[in-house]
Design a binder for this molecule. Sequence first.
Ligand code: SAH
Length: 239
Amino acid sequence: MRPQPPVVRSAAGRPAAATQASRGSGLDSEAVRLALVRRLVAQGLQHPAVERAMATVERHRFVDTGLASQAYEDISLPIGLGQTISQPTMVARMLELLCAGRTQPLGRVLEIGTGCGYQAALLSLLCREVYSIERLRGLHERARENLRELRLPNLHLILGDGMLGYPAGAPYAGIVAAAAGPELPSVWLEQLEIGGRLVAPTELSPGQQHLVLIERTAQGWKRQVLDAVRFVPLKSGVG
Ligand code: SAH
């Protein structure tokens, strides 16, 4: 299936993919990005909006120039300060879990762990309002820099401890975490609206992480333990 035209627009109103393809790396990013999306679809990605978002956001602008040529391989990459950007398959899987069953954009969504800002940019295409919180100042600032040119007015970057959630934006239609703790902080569950979904890696036993999906219903919280995964640790405090 051919992805639809990119939806991110530059300030001048031209498609971002076309105006930024040559930025720095000399990479013909659109062709390699669409090839990556075709591989994701072949591996099972089904949600059209997630597919479109992955075809639109340029992953190479979120990693160091030296790594740009690897940006469209299905691998995780270092983003500095000991952190990593997840492999595209994992990002697509989490976004698909978050958006499952929805044909309209999600409402307000909270991302814990902005990192380089890549997944936050994808979320901004899938949700009406995105709050993305990062505890490391260096990465918070790098994400701001990476995202500046994209001008995504519905994306709010916050420096803070995501273990506390972000009460100012609550309740959320979705919460997605990019770092794994031994259990899900109870404030995340409380900040989820009824009908909302939370997707987070969790270390259910030492060294064993799994994706956990929580769906909040009027009766309570329904929990499913899904794929075995490997994420950086969720830590408290701001550094
Ligand atoms: N979604 C990111 C992935 C970043 S890796 C991207 O697209 O790049 C996970 C991030 O979670 C790291 O940057 C790490 O610093 C951050 N993190 C870990 N614990 C956190 C916490 N309590 N609050 C906010 N961010 C946290």
